[in-house]
Design a protein around this ligand. Structure first.
Ligand code: DGP
Length: 114
């Protein structure tokens, strides 16, 4: 079965600038950064999008949020602030079918998002 690009990054088959990894999650720099800090946090488990997560994935989902906050601390944006984004489906602009949390920071951001 052919894996999506993020599953291949998690497996070490495709290079990425990894900033954090453990047995359940990998965090790496976005190839097309939208802010001075733009990191993607993904599960090693292949979950296509948040809407595909199962109830028994809730511990993993909580872990991914902790990893996002840990990445923000390591990147030095915890005090100035940061935004976590999950795009789900076409209207949200989801382009890679592997759950990922965007960690964006290093500049002030507008609201509402585009
Ligand atoms: P989304 O639109 O939420 O599905 O975000 C996908 C993000 O993934 C987008 O900001 C660009 C990034 N991206 C796509 N392909 C690659 C890749 O091969 N490597 C890295 N590091 N980022 C990628």
């Amino acid at each position: 079965m052919s894996k999506n690009i993020f599953a291949r990054i998690a497996a070490g088959e495709v290079p990425a600038k990894i900033v954090y990894e453990d047995d359940r999650a990998v965090a790496f720099r976005d190839i097309n950064p939208q802010a001075p800090v733009h990191v993607l946090v993904i599960p090693r488990k292949e979950i296509a999008r948040i809407g595909e997560a199962r109830q028994d994935d809730t511990a993993l989902l909580g872990h991914l949020l902790w990893v996002a906050a840990e990445v923000a601390r390591r990147e030095g944006i915890a005090n100035t602030g940061y935004r976590l984004v999950i795009n789900n489906g076409p209207h949200a602009g989801e382009s890679v079918p592997h759950l990922h949390i965007h960690v964006l920071g290093g500049r002030a951001m507008g609201w509402p998002p585009g």
